[in-house]
Design a protein around this ligand. Structure first.
Ligand SMILES: O=C[C@H](O)COP(=O)(O)O
Length: 233
């Protein structure tokens, strides 16, 4: 079953996300960009609060593709005790030096998820390089949250290729990028490992507003209903 990843910014929102049925709690500061990082203290507090009821991931910030800086941010976030660390690989071609620099951390057991941006024409033929560097997964998101959602940039055949390709490489995959209820049927057909949400879970669908349990529940139910429909078909 495709999992529901909910991006939260504090303990209260993590509580709402769990009450609504989120499968993965993702820590992110939506006030600081697409992959805004939260302070260590918040990451630790939420991880402690979740207490293994769900896996926890955290983003390292909208960092430039500088290997040393990314290495330090990922190592620090791993030390905060999360299960997965999400790292943005901006631009069309993923920075090989950054990928390589993170290899010692994947060898130490770090579960890293690369985030590629659908609105930056990502080269989906390079996914095997993430597998080679020991990454646990790759997800698609959008960098510009004002300009359309994931499905505006990649059609279902491209998204399906991404899901299949990651699966065949043994990578988990995720689809996100200003998606909401209306996109669920189209994306569930692809059976991704998870769908990621923030804006759709918040008051007035504004990603910088407060996340609410009932919105998480609505998304959860829509995903479950799609799964049932797929089984019947
Ligand atoms: O990781 C998933 C994201 O937090 C999605 O955020 P968004 O739905 O506001 O684009």
């Amino acid at each position: 079953m495709t999992q529901l990843l909910a991006s939260v910014m504090n303990v209260a929102e993590a509580d709402q996300a769990l009450q609504g049925g989120a499968d993965i709690i993702d820590l992110k500061n939506p006030l600081a960009g697409a992959l805004g990082a939260l302070p260590s203290a918040t990451i630790r507090a939420v991880t402690q609060f979740v207490n293994h009821r769900a896996p926890v991931s955290a983003t390292v910030g909208d960092l430039p593709m500088q290997a040393e800086m990314i290495y330090r941010a990922v190592a620090k976030t791993m030390d905060d005790g999360v299960d997965y660390v999400k790292i943005g690989f901006w631009g069309a071609t993923p920075a090989l030096d950054c990928m390589k620099a993170l290899e010692p951390l994947t060898q130490r057991g770090g579960k890293l998820i690369a985030v590629l941006f659908a609105d930056q024409q990502p080269n989906l033929a390079t996914l095997f390089e993430f597998a080679q560097a020991g990454f646990t997964g790759v997800m698609l998101d959008t960098a510009n949250k004002q300009k359309g959602n994931l499905t505006h940039y990649l059609n279902n055949s491209e998204l399906g290729f991404f899901v299949k390709q990651t699966q065949s490489l043994g990578l988990i995959n995720g689809l996100a990028g200003s998606i909401g209820l209306a996109n669920i049927p189209q994306l569930m057909i692809l059976s991704p490992f998870y769908l990621g949400f923030r804006g759709a879970l918040c008051v007035a669908q504004q990603r910088q507003a407060v996340l609410q349990a009932h919105a998480v529940k609505q998304i959860r139910e829509a995903m479950l209903n799609c799964k049932k429909d797929l089984k019947i078909a």
